[in-house]
Design a protein around this ligand. Sequence first.
Ligand code: NI
Length: 165
Amino acid sequence: MFWRIEAFIQEWDEERKITEKVMAALTDDSLHKQVIPGRRTLGDIAWHLTLSPHYMTGCGLSFDGPEGGAEVPESADFIAEQYGKVSLALQNAAQTQWDDDRLQEVQEIMGQPYRNGEMLRFTLMHQAHHRGQMTVLMRQAGLRVPEVYGQTYESWIEAGMEPLK
Ligand code: NI
């Protein structure tokens, strides 16, 4: 739950920049990497994360969603570009359209009451959850993963240190 809009803006701005780094490390080929045969791919998850910020329009925020429809794009660059746009659009909308009082407003979502501040928190945690899935699949696809919350295997080595196990 966020009680102050400024607290959300600050956290979202940091988190969306981390997610942008992860998206920027994707390649077209890697998008087809599957969790297990026949299930979600890295591209599915990346595109799900790109579509997700726009769900906040269901709570009354107004901003444009990503271009490209529901189908997962073939281009990693396109996904990264659309993620950048929509994540910033959510941030700008929250900053200009809501104040602290609006965070207490309750919406019914799938039959359950949620405060807007809870939905913003959900959006943030949901992104972190799927971003973590992405970095594992990226490793399995042979990609270098950027630093998310701390050093990576490669950045330890580049710093002249022994990577942590
Ligand atoms: Ni999800």
